[in-house]
Design a protein around this ligand. Structure first.
Ligand code: UDP
Length: 404
């Protein structure tokens, strides 16, 4: 399995994986999150699990169940942690805990290493029986609502360790805090090389004209992804340059606001045949891959962003991304070298025009983008980080840890 990445991922990453694999072979690892479809966490787990299995680990992935009231609450928690003001009552926190309690009764929580992802299942820690429990936070915690952060911190503090995507999201917890930037799998359907025929088929399916520049954003319909801001930037560009805009998104089971935001976007785009809003079913990986390859320019104009896998996905395909300067995006985009960071709709419009008017720069920065992802954001690096943390928590307190 790991050998498939030879010639794609940096050699040192593969060497480290071999060593860590030897150390952790046969050990059980359990991941728990709140959805198998939609969003970056599910995307990553679908890829990480088989790699760990290929290395001889016993991996399981469980998903907590909840009703719409629970997911309304967890979406509010997500929004508040990303800085939107939200109101909470005692009943809401009690309900959050109660659903976790029920899930703890239904799930098999027995494993040597347990990774709990994000705030939805965070209170499962209260039902821990054995193993090393690690809380993995994927969201942008740069300016959280303090009372909500305090609640989540209370639970998070009961874990043995925590993992954040970016140093500035770390919450000053009284437990070890590790920083692990997410990654993409170059061998997945989302990112593998496609033949011209495969790409052409997707272009025909979505009626993408071959002779006009295409600006693309792939995102859940979420206000933090700023789809309205993307349309505004596109409209500014459209006064001077020809292009079409494609907004591609799909629903996530744990995101109840998606439909409302989609309605807003559709209304805002109405009357412009050059704006294509594509509602893709879950697991439309080859379609998204092809769209990212068909795009002239890829945007990720987020206002808050844990990491933004879509940025690395597009960069891997040689597209220099124009991204909001938030969360994990500045870790991927080196401004002016392999993409541009923007702070406003006007900024996004300016950079789109700059690219549309300068195809040499587009190509040059696109190449730099792909190499930056190769060296920093391939899944082999992330699996190595996770396994190193497993070895680290298991040997906590030791001055020397032998992994060879
Ligand atoms: N994605 C998808 N279909 C969509 C929209 C997004 O498969 O319609 C994927 C996207 O390609 C990426 C992930 O979902 O792999 C989104 O991860 P990201 O970190 O960009 O954002 P999140 O949704 O986790 O906030």
């Amino acid at each position: 399995m790991i050998s498939q990445y030879r010639g794609i991922a940096p050699k040192g990453q593969l060497e480290l994986l071999k060593i860590l694999g030897g150390k952790l072979k046969g050990r059980s690892i359990l991941n728990i999150n709140s959805t198998k479809a939609g969003g970056g966490v599910a995307e990553l787990l679908h890829r990480i699990m088989p790699i760990m299995a290929g290395m001889g680990m016993k991996g399981r992935w469980e998903v907590i169940e909840g009703d719409s009231h629970f997911f309304d609450i967890t979406k509010k928690i997500h929004n508040a942690l990303q800085g939107n003001p939200e109101k909470f009552t005692k009943e809401m926190w009690d309900y959050h805990y109660e659903i976790n309690r029920q899930n703890a009764g239904n799930l098999d929580l027995d494993a040597e290493f347990v990774f709990i992802h994000d705030p939805q299942p965070v209170s499962l820690i209260r039902f821990k029986k054995n193993g090393h429990w690690i809380w993995r936070c994927h969201i942008d915690m740069s300016a959280p609502q303090p009372d909500v952060a305090a609640r989540i911190m209370d639970y998070a503090s009961q874990y043995e360790a925590s993992i954040f995507s970016v140093a500035k999201f770390a919450m000053l917890l009284p437990i070890p805090e590790f920083i692990v930037l997410p990654s993409i799998d170059p061998l997945s359907d989302k990112n593998r090389e496609l033949t011209p025929d495969e790409i052409g088929e997707v272009a025909r399916k979505f009626d993408i004209p071959p002779d006009r520049p295409m600006v693309l954003q792939v995102s859940r319909f979420d206000r933090f992804k700023d789809p309205i801001g993307v349309i505004k930037a596109y409209r500014m560009v459209k006064k001077y340059n020809d292009c079409i805009l494609v907004l591609a998104g799909s629903p996530a089971k744990d995101d109840p606001e998606g439909e409302e935001v989609l309605d807003e976007v559709q209304n805002f785009a109405e009357g412009d045949p050059d704006i294509r809003i594509l509602l893709l079913p879950p697991f439309s990986d080859t379609d998204i891959n092809a769209l990212q390859r068909l795009a002239t320019i890829v945007l990720q104009k987020s206002l808050k962003e844990g990491f933004g896998l879509t940025v690395s996905e597009a960069m891997w395909k040689g597209k220099p991304v124009i991204g909001g300067a938030v969360g994990g995006i500045p870790h991927q985009i080196v401004h002016g070298v392999n993409g541009f960071l923007v702070y406003s709709e006007e900024g996004a419009a300016f950079r789109i025009r700059q690219y549309l008017n300068n195809s040499d720069m587009l190509g040059r920065m696109g190449e730099a983008a792909r190499e930056h992802v190769r060296n920093n954001f391939l899944i082999t690096r992330q699996v190595g980080d996770y396994l190193s943390i497993c070895v680290g928590v298991e040997n906590a307190g030791k001055a020397v840890i032998e992994v060879g």
